[in-house]
Design a protein around this ligand. Sequence first.
Ligand SMILES: Cc1ncc(C[n+]2csc(CCOP(=O)(O)OP(=O)(O)O)c2C)c(N)n1
Ligand SMILES: [Mg+2]
Length: 262
Amino acid sequence: MARGVDPVQTLTLLKGDWHNGYDPSETRVAPLATPLATHLLHAVGVAHAARLRGEDTVVMAICGDGATSEGDFHEALNFAAVFRAPVVFLVQNNGYAISVPLDRQTAAPSLAHKGIGYGVPGERVDGNDVAALLSVLGAAVAGARAGEGPRLIEAHTYRVQAHTNADDAGRYRAADEVTPWLARDPITRMETYLRGRGLIDDDKAAGYAAAADRMAERMRAGLNADTPADYRDLFAHVYAEPTPQLREQQALVADELAREVR
Ligand SMILES: Cc1ncc(C[n+]2csc(CCOP(=O)(O)OP(=O)(O)O)c2C)c(N)n1
Ligand SMILES: [Mg+2]
């Protein structure tokens, strides 16, 4: 939803379409990357290139707690620090990497501490406090833009649901661990804050809820719609000149499809 990217387009990849759904260079939002942490190196590369070109671009690179155990995370922090690349690393620490809890992920006092060895200032923030997060990220972006180099922000939160609908969280954590976090829901907290400041009332809150329902409905319709798929797309953009092996594989698929009983 950032920068005007349609949420339906953002999720296009996850419905099995090879298209990214939107143009990354137009929206300046990178495509989703399934392999954990590989995108952090891409982010550093983009930031470094922008700096060499004299642009004032700052790159926000987001990953989870589990991703901080990947080698790429460490290489990215190191390169960014040495070359003062304008990158803000935002780690969403929700306590779990699928079934692996944080204490099996790291022995570090916090994930923000991981910046110390690389010379990257680290900061922890309550990830369920939208205002605090905005303030900390805003300062980090301004610092990176001013040439102060990268920063590592650890936003502390909790994964209330299972990792996916193929995961049963009951197998590795107790239900009473989840309960206290329900009361810390960032949306409820934001609403409480805005009501307390007199910035929204029942009418406005109902209006936002209705708009959110409409958006969810539009997303369901968009994502459930069939995307026309042409098998030849699988082979089309791999090489400028397809290799003999690719041609052979394409012929094989064409043959299979021709013989498929419908
Ligand atoms: C290199 C790599 N190894 C394993 C996986 C499988 N995998 C997908 S999500 C995930 C857990 C990620 O945990 P975390 O970084 O904490 O992110 P969260 O799911 O909590 O947002 C794993 C291991 C993967 N996508 N990439
Ligand atoms: Mg996690």
